[in-house]
Design a protein around this ligand. Structure first.
Ligand code: NDP
Length: 390
């Protein structure tokens, strides 16, 4: 039996992973399941999958979790330190699917046990890519991408020489406002932004898809995973969301990864890796699909894409600034404090104020440095938003 843990088990990605594990109960021993405030879901899954330990990230939710699991024999813990303790529990495969920068410390800790870390939490790679890569190497851990685009690139690169790669193209659906006139975007509401044309995802990533901040994170992720230069990474709008990424080689050939818009494919690939196992996703009927469309992204509509390149070029801790500022700007948009297009303005201003984050050598970046940078960027973003509302 493979020992598996799921961080962020109650979320969209976590639930998709549980769906796969539930189908093969004899294959997996669930070690830790972690969640946030959705205690009913966490307790239900912990009972069904007979998890060894269930952890809520929030100490104030501990009582509810204890009550829900009373008499079950399942250990119950709460808080940040508990998440780290859960990440120390020996497991063969750990899924990092907490949303936001909160996923970084547990992910790093999991790498230290030399396990296979399936990483959905793209924010940790954006904020601390060099640190994660260094820790993985130092502890003999394997980092597997669980973002559809990066899983696609990873699959296209199997057996290939990375030096023969000329370019990597990641696709973007264009999100909720792909076809809106640009001058209407300033009036976009949260309700409109959280409706994705193709994917069924958590609220935050769906809004990030509409603003292309999600794609911006993925451009940075691509650089961290595959070590290519920023000028080798392209984004193309592909409304059908069926091709997830393409890799172009030195002989002019392009390998494209095609699959349904269902995260269980990328999760299942990482779960079965290095083998290919059965994954119960829709089988595509290409004749029925009939056409695949592509168009160049407009950086006026989606300024986040331009910012992503600036972040990569700046290097150092700039990714941590970008991610933190983006999270605060997104919070403010969801709370109705700023408009849709102001999210990028806030992030750009925070980047300008924190340009010294660029001057750090990747080899010496620590978790404390990332946390400090993250904190300062959040404060700066809050101050900018406060002034906008004054
Ligand atoms: P969700 O918001 O659906 O789920 C997030 C999970 O994190 C939940 O289990 C939530 O708990 C938990 N959580 C929330 N806040 C904290 C915190 N402070 N500390 C610890 N745990 C917390 O997100 P998604 O599943 O959509 O996304 C998860 C990650 O995967 C993100 O990094 C996202 O960018 C990435 N991703 C998602 C994709 C998707 O299709 N959804 C695609 C590719 C990547 P609770 O709900 O119980 O409060």
């Amino acid at each position: 039996m493979r020992r598996v843990s799921i961080f962020g088990a109650t979320g969209s990605i976590g639930q998709s992973a549980i769906d796969l594990i539930r189908r093969a109960p004899d294959k997996y021993q669930v070690v830790a399941l972690t969640g946030g405030r959705n205690i009913a879901q966490l307790a239900k899954d912990a009972l069904e999958l007979r998890a060894e330990v269930a952890v809520t990230a929030f100490p104030e939710c501990l009582g509810d979790l204890q009550a829900a699991l009373a008499g079950s024999g399942i250990e119950v813990m709460a808080g940040e330190a508990a998440l780290l303790e859960a990440a120390d529990r020996p497991a063969d495969w750990i899924l990092s699917a907490i949303v936001g920068a909160a996923g970084l410390a547990p992910g790093l800790r999991a790498l230290r046990q030399g396990t296979t870390l399936a990483l959905a939490n793209k924010e940790s790679l954006v904020a601390a890519g060099p640190l994660l890569m260094r820790e993985a190497k130092a502890h003999g851990a394997t980092l597997l991408p669980v973002d559809s685009e990066h899983s696609a690139i990873f699959q296209a690169l199997v057996g290939e020489d990375i030096n023969a790669v000329e370019r990597i193209i990641i696709t973007a659906s264009g999100g909720a406002f792909r076809d809106w006139p640009i001058d209407r975007l300033a009036t976009a509401t949260v309700k409109q932004a959280q409706t994705h044309p193709n994917w069924d995802m958590g609220q935050r990533i769906t809004i990030d898809s509409a603003s292309m901040f999600n794609k911006a994170l993925e451009v940075i992720e691509t650089k961290e995973y595959f070590g290519v230069r920023p000028d080798q990474i392209e984004v193309i709008v592909h409304p059908q969301s069926l091709i997830h990424a393409l890799v172009g080689f030195s002989d002019g050939g392009i390998m494209a990864h095609v699959g349904p818009a269902d995260m269980r494919h990328a999760i299942g690939y990482a779960l079965h890796w290095p083998d290919r196992g059965y994954v119960p996703v829709e089988r595509l009927d290409l004749a029925k699909i009939a056409k695949l469309e592509f168009r160049a992204p407009d950086e006026v509509r989606w300024p986040a894409l331009r910012l992503a390149r600036e972040v990569i070029n700046a290097g150092g801790l700039t990714g941590a600034v970008f991610n933190a500022a983006k999270e605060i700007a997104l919070d403010a948009f969801i709370a109705g404090q700023i408009g849709f297009m102001q999210m990028a303005e806030v992030v750009e201003e925070v980047l300008a104020q924190n340009s010294d984050a660029a001057g750090h050598n990747n080899d010496v970046i620590t978790l404390d440095m990332v946390r400090k940078t993250d904190h300062l960027a959040r404060q700066a973003a809050k101050e900018i938003i406060r002034k906008l509302n004054a």
